[in-house]
Design a protein around this ligand. Structure first.
Ligand code: GTP
Length: 405
């Protein structure tokens, strides 16, 4: 059966329109940037659908108009699809470059249609554009078949390689045949294969888009499940994961590891004085100050309420005590400004280091909690080491004591 390009164009148009409609309905619940990327994708599908429809209905229009506008719409649709996929892959979108490529290609097609009619010229222009768009995706996705790849990235990469290969074949066939003034829908095998590839491109690329979208949504959910929504630092779950890894490494390599349990003093008064929103902003400022006082390799997390944990890798009991004292002093040094008023906030800290019999973070937190309780009982704005008087002796701070309970 001969390949009927107008029928293929009709199928391409119908398929792109149906995909666009399905995507709009299937993603009604999406919000924010996710919804915007779906909108751009749908727009790219509709541009391609309109381009295909012009080729299908070419008998009703001026032939030159169909060549220029049909190809222009397809090229702009590919530019927008490329832009969306680059965003989904985490690459810069290069909007100006992609739109300029689409505009120059349309101008070149107009040139080879009206001023210097040439089928080969038009095919070369289209081939260049398709290769430029595909390279904009092939390059950021080049390692997708390695360990960092994902199904979505692989589908897109395969699709783009197919587009480049079929377009390259079509350009080569046209150039070799030197069809100076041939007609657009020439029944050459390379034309047919390339038309087929471009026709199924919206379908395969949409599958890739949805897979990428799903992967991005999953990793965003995983990220959100690990951060404290108020202070944006690690939550209890993330702390447990970090601690598991740090303790395993400490045990494997015979390294040290310590934990600080940090609690804001009299925080209830902050809420009473400034309201819950004022208390929230104090917690955020406190976190910023704690982070400044710790090393970059330390992990700060929020256990809940006004209670925080710092995980200190490669840190023994004595160094942890010094760190805790530095943190305490840094917080006590400057009053916070809440609603334009100064408020002196202090913290109490319980300190403990990894010991041979420890099963995990819970054991360390249990000891640190006892030390923190001792610090509160001793008058607050204190550091107490859970690991005995020897540790306390190395700390120079007068507010530091040992918990010998
Ligand atoms: N604004 C705000 N307040 C919180 C949050 N979580 C817990 N709190 C408040 O923190 C206060 C903790 O009170 P307490 O447990 O009595 O402790 P405290 O007043 O800090 O006293 P000490 O710990 O004994 O020094 C309560 O008033 C809680 O409502 C939060 O996310 N935001």
């Amino acid at each position: 059966m001969p390949f009927d390009i107008p029928t293929a164009a009709l199928m391409g148009s119908t398929q792109a329109t149906m995909l666009a409609a399905t995507l709009v309905f299937a993603t009604r619940g999406y919000v924010g940037p996710a919804r915007r990327s779906v909108h751009v994708w749908v727009a790219s599908l509709l541009l391609q659908a309109a381009g295909w429809m012009l080729f299908r209905q070419h008998a009703f229009f001026n032939a030159d108009f169909v060549r220029i506008a049909g190809n222009g719409l397809l090229v702009l649709g590919f530019a927008e699809a490329t832009r969306t996929l680059r965003i989904m892959c985490g690459a810069p979108q290069h909007r100006a470059l992609l739109w300029t490529t689409a505009l120059l290609t349309t101008l070149a097609i107009a040139w080879f249609t009206r001023l210097q009619p040439s089928y080969v010229g038009r095919i070369n222009a289209l081939g260049l554009a398709a290769t430029a768009f595909s390279l904009q995706l092939i390059w950021p996705l080049r390692d997708s078949f390695g360990r960092g790849g994902s199904p979505g990235r692989r589908v897109i990469l395969l699709m783009m390689l197919l587009v480049v290969a079929s377009m390259g074949w079509r350009v080569l066939a046209a150039d070799l045949a030197a069809l100076g003034a041939g007609i657009d829908l020439a029944p050459c095998l390379a034309d047919e294969v390339n038309t087929l590839v471009l026709m199924i491109e919206p379908l395969l690329a949409s599958v890739g888009f949805l897979l990428l979208y799903n992967e991005a949504a999953q990793s965003e959910l995983a990220r959100m499940a690990r951060i404290d929504p108020l202070t944006r630092i690690a939550n209890r779950r993330a702390l447990a994961e970090h601690a598991r890894r740090m303790i395993a490494e400490a045990v494997r390599h015979g390294r040290e590891f310590a934990v600080l349990l940090i609690d804001a003093d009299h925080f209830k008064r902050v809420n009473d004085q400034f309201g819950h929103a004022g208390g929230d902003s104090v917690l955020c400022t406190l976190v910023a100050r704690l982070q400044r006082a710790l090393r970059a390799s330390d992990v700060l997390g929020r256990l809940g309420g006004e209670e925080f944990v710092a995980l200190l890798p490669d840190t023994g009991a004595a160094a942890a005590l010094e760190t805790a004292e530095r943190v305490r002093a840094a917080i006590a040094a400057d009053a916070l400004t809440v609603a334009g008023q100064p408020h002196a906030l202090t913290v109490s800290i319980g300190v403990t280091a990894l010991q041979p019999g420890d099963g995990g973070l819970e054991d360390l937190l249990h000891r640190a909690d006892r030390a923190l309780y001792a610090a509160k009982r001793a008058g607050r704005n204190r550091v107490v080491a859970a690991d005995g008087g020897q540790d306390a002796a190395v700390s120079p701070a007068p507010a530091t004591v040992a918990d010998d309970d």
